[in-house]
Design a protein around this ligand. Structure first.
Ligand SMILES: [Zn+2]
Length: 278
């Protein structure tokens, strides 16, 4: 049975912490480096429902994409929900490790998993990482569909390829316009709207798009936008990460069990479609 420090070393080999943005908070949040690890649960959000699932399954390590604490804190008292999460984890000997923007920037990373889930063949990063001489790592990905399709058909393909959420999938642009080359960015990707435009893609798939950036982007260039739930765009990465860890654990002869949480932790829980024709 490997120790937590051994498993973390492998996770940091796959997603080196130095690949994270300077503002990020990746790595071990709680856990004893000498504790034995047999079961690893992967999830997007370190929220109570996920931690409860880790307890029920008997996980020794929870790996999440989102940090529990992105900024400093002065208390982990269980009077707050984050403190409650820390207490539950420590009480049940469960470690928490975060792979966030270091997993975004990896090859393959979060956006590769998103591209694959919606049937795109990745051709390269949307924004290449200047520290990668091979030019394969970076933020977002550009990919191609096997054949052109309308924007509304592509939106339907995204909806079918991602786990279901109440928010569903929205698209901006002419529903009949043809889409073949697509940029994707798992999570909040509005900071890369200009790069998607510069890349000359037909559409850009991401999450959390707001009115003004979306309106300005579609006015400035014929780039269609496809917006899915933040959680849904990052969830496909969990299977990829679990597969990478399992592969390396097998190479080392570790009897490691991995599981991907299917609990929907997207905060939006209801959606009321309106009768509308553009
Ligand atoms: Zn995210």
């Amino acid at each position: 049975m490997p120790k937590l420090s051994d498993v973390i070393a492998v996770l940091e080999e796959i997603y080196p912490p130095q690949w994270a943005e300077s503002w990020d908070a990746v790595g071990l949040v709680c856990g004893d480096p000498d504790a034995e690890v047999g079961r690893v649960l992967f999830a997007v959000d370190p929220v109570q429902a996920v931690v409860d699932e880790a307890v029920e399954w008997g996980a020794d390590l929870l790996v999440t994409h989102h940090p529990l604490y992105l900024r400093g804190t002065t208390t982990v008292a269980a009077t707050g929900f984050k403190g409650r999460v820390v207490h539950t984890l420590i009480k049940h000997d469960i470690a928490l490790h975060v792979a966030h923007t270091n997993a975004d920037h990896a090859d393959p990373g979060v956006s590769d998993a998103l591209a694959e889930a919606v049937g795109l063949k990745v051709t390269g990063p949307l924004v290449a990482d200047p520290t990668d001489p091979a030019g394969r790592r970076g933020s977002g990905r550009i990919g191609e569909l096997p054949q052109p399709m309308t924007l509304s058909a592509f939106a339907a393909r995204v909806a079918a390829g991602l786990p279901a959420t109440a928010a569903g999938v929205r698209a901006a642009g002419d529903p009949e316009q043809q889409v073949r080359r697509v940029a994707v960015c798992g999570g909040s990707g509005d900071s890369f709207l200009a790069e998607a435009r510069k890349a000359g893609v037909d559409a850009y798939l991401t999450a959390d798009l707001r009115h003004h950036p979306a309106s300005e982007a579609t006015e400035a260039a014929p780039v269609a936008l496809v917006d899915a739930a933040h959680w849904a765009t990052e969830w496909p990465w969990l299977t990829l990460a679990a597969r990478e860890l399992t592969g390396r654990a097998t190479d080392r002869g570790w009897p490691l069990e991995t599981r991907v949480s299917t609990r929907v932790t997207d905060p939006w829980t209801a959606h009321a479609p309106m009768p509308y024709t553009p």
